[in-house]
Design a protein around this ligand. Sequence first.
Ligand code: HGY
Ligand code: MN
Ligand code: MN
Length: 439
Amino acid sequence: MTDTLSTRSPGRTLAIDADRLWSSLMELARIGAYDDASTGLVGVNRQSLTDADAEGRRLLVRWMEGAGLEVTVDEMGTIFGRREGSEPGLAPVMAGSHIDSVATAGAFDGCLGVLGALEVVRSLNDAGLTTRRPIVIAAFTEEEGVRFGTDMLGSAVAAGRLTLEYAYDLVDDAGLRFGDELERIGFKGDRPVRLNPPHAYVECHIEQGPVLAQEGHAVGVVTGVQAISWQKVTIHGRAAHAGTTPTELRIDAGLAGAQIVVHAREMVDSGRYGRLRATVGHVATSPGLPSVVPDRAELTVDLRNPDDAHMAAAEADLAAFLEQLPAGQPGLRVETKRMAKTHQVPFDPAIQDAIAAAAADVGHTTMRLMSGAGHDAQEIAAIAPTAMIFVRGQYDGISHNPREYSTPEDCAAGISVLGTTLLRLANEAADKPADEAAA
Ligand code: HGY
Ligand code: MN
Ligand code: MN
């Protein structure tokens, strides 16, 4: 659906400083920068709780303080910057995202939402505007989940879906524990992690897909997030000589791993599970030697589906396939471990409309679309009216790749929509239970 007319009476709009936004994005992207061999580009590797992440966090705190925000850090390391309103007792309007990245990132994933919210605050300061409600910026910890294995971790604990203890005990591939790493980088805060529901939460994020570019919109209004399922599969076989061991005597964990990869794609191609997407992002065999039949294989299986019933059916299919694998190779053992699981999450229609109206009032057509990626907004949606703004990506919206790119103009478009939306929401009168809780 294309929103071309403002669905609400035009109210104030907020002008933002596009150059300042862009230079903040480029400055943060220099932290964790690396030369990416496969693209020849400079990528970003700022995985959560690494030294690079810590450096990015410290820069963000300095910037927040420089913008006059009261900075707090919660027990999960999520960083909050609060701009006071004229009625401090009202529930705040919140905006944010994440600044941790995958290992092969670009400059925009998550960062646009955090630095865009900072740009809104800076622009409110420039305009000398005070909103009724406080405005709070949030940079959630471990949104990507690629280091400790569960995505949207900080926001899921803040919203109460996951516990602090679960998060603290997660370990990375080197066996380093989340809670210890948080302490090590100096971001284990004392702000209680359970978030009081904000009046509303709005997140601006790059689309990370091709739809807005195909449809000709710089900005999109996100209707919700599809379901996500992450599992780790470990296959135990038997190491044996590659030359002397007849096929019928082999217990080949590598073969079983490859069969899983092919089956995941066959599930997608079958059409039985609607718009299923399946990705085996991590495949490792051991001992990994040319003359030894692998005795162990480790895989991650990432399933995505906009429909919960199709997701459940796909997970059941995968479980049944794993169950029958040993029949083909007696002695094979298969273990699975749940890493992440979230259902399809719809966003609040009224917040969607507020975004669409703001976009129309600042001169941008929009369309409504579902998010293919997971976002912190899907967690905050459990406790507050929430929606997202998408910004068009170039090169088919490629992301989780250093080629990830949105133009300065499109980033500014998304953040000017964010600014106008936040300005209006932050001037809404007290009318929701969140205000009682905030008092
Ligand atoms: O995995 C995702 O969809 C997001 O990038 N965390
Ligand atoms: Mn993201
Ligand atoms: Mn991401």
